[in-house]
Design a protein around this ligand. Sequence first.
Ligand code: KG4
Ligand code: ZN
Length: 354
Amino acid sequence: MSRLLKTPVYILGIESSCDETAAAVVEDGRRICSNVISSQVKLHAAYGGVVPEIASRRHLEQINLIIEQALAEARLKLGDLSAVAVSNGPGLVGALLVGVSTAKALAYAARLPLIAVNHVEAHLYANFLTGAGIRYPLVALIASGGHTNLLLMTGPDEILSLGQTRDDAAGEAFDKVARAMGLGYPGGPIIDRMAAQGNPAAFDFPRAYLDEEEGRFDFSFSGLKSAVINHLHHLRQKGEAPKPADLAASFQEAVVRVLVDKTINAAREHNAACVLLAGGVAANSRLRFLMREELMRALPGVPLYFPPPELCTDNAAMVAAAAYPLYRRGIFAPLNLNAHAGLPAAHRLLNGQG
Ligand code: KG4
Ligand code: ZN
C-alpha cells in the first residue's frame, strides 16, 4: 500500500528556529502522541536575550536525544512514521539548520517524505491540536518574540498575509521593556504577572495604528518601546522610582489594545467565521481576556480560539500539525531543502513551495 494511503498518519515534527529544541509526533494533524521540548531559556537569561551561536550549539547537543524521546513517548519507531516535518524558517539561520539537517538525514535514512513548514504558520496550527469547530474563513493573530502577523486562512492550507510588524515583534517589545526595567528574560510572562497589580491607565503610552489604507493591518512597536524606556530614564534622572506595576500595566495595555483592535477589524472586513490567537504572546492573560470581550461585543457569535500556554510558545507539535494538510496534498520538500532566516509568512500561497 502506498505510504500516502496509510492511516493513521503519524508525522514527526522538528523545531529548532530559536531557543527551543523540540520534537513531537502528531496523529492525523490533531492528536498529540508526544511533544518534547528542551528550552534554552536559562542559558540565554544571563545575556538578556537569545545568543544565536549558543542556541545553535545547544540544538546540536540536544536534537537527537529529543527526537529519540519523542518517538519513545509515542511508542513508535521511525518505520511507523508517515513523514518528517521541519520548520525551515523564519528564525536564526544557524539554529534552523540544525533541525533542517537532522530532518533531511532522517527522511533520507528512513525513506520518508520530508515536509517544509513555515514556523509562523505553524504557530497557527497549534489551535488545531485543541480546538474543535474551527471554520473558514478565519483570521489569526500570531504574536511572538520574533513575529507579529495577521493572517487570513480560507481553507486547511490556504493562508494569506494581511499584515505584519514593520519593526519590533510584540514579544520582542515585552522582552526589551522588561530588560530596561531590570525584570529578567523572557519579559512577557513577568510583565503579564506584574501588570495584574498595576493601573493600565497610569501612563498614556503611544499606540501605533498606521491607519493609511495599505498599512492598516501592519504593526509597529518600536515607538512604544522607546517611549517606555525614555520614560524610565527620565524618572531615574529625576531620582524618582518608577512604579513597576503601573508601568508594566500601561505598556501592556498599549500593546494589547492595538493587537485586539486590528484583529477585530480584520475579522469584520473578511467576514471571519472564527478568530485564532497563537505565538508566545497569545499566552498573555490580558490579551486573551480583552480579545474575547471585544470580539463578543463587536462580532457576537464569532468564536475565539487560543492554544493552552504550552502550545503558544515554540513547540514541534504545531509543526507536525501544520505539515498534515501538506502531506494530504503530497507537497513534499526536496532533500536539498535549505533554511531561510527571513522566510515570510504565507510564503507558500504567494510563491509556491518546492
Ligand atoms: O513563540 P515563542 O516561544 O517564540 C518565538 O517564536 O519568538 O514566543 C516567545 C515570546 C517572548 O518574547 C515572550 O516574552 C513572549 O513570547 N511571551 C509573552 C507571554 N509569554 C510568553 N508575552 C506576553 N505575555 C505572556 N504571558
Ligand atoms: Zn515561534
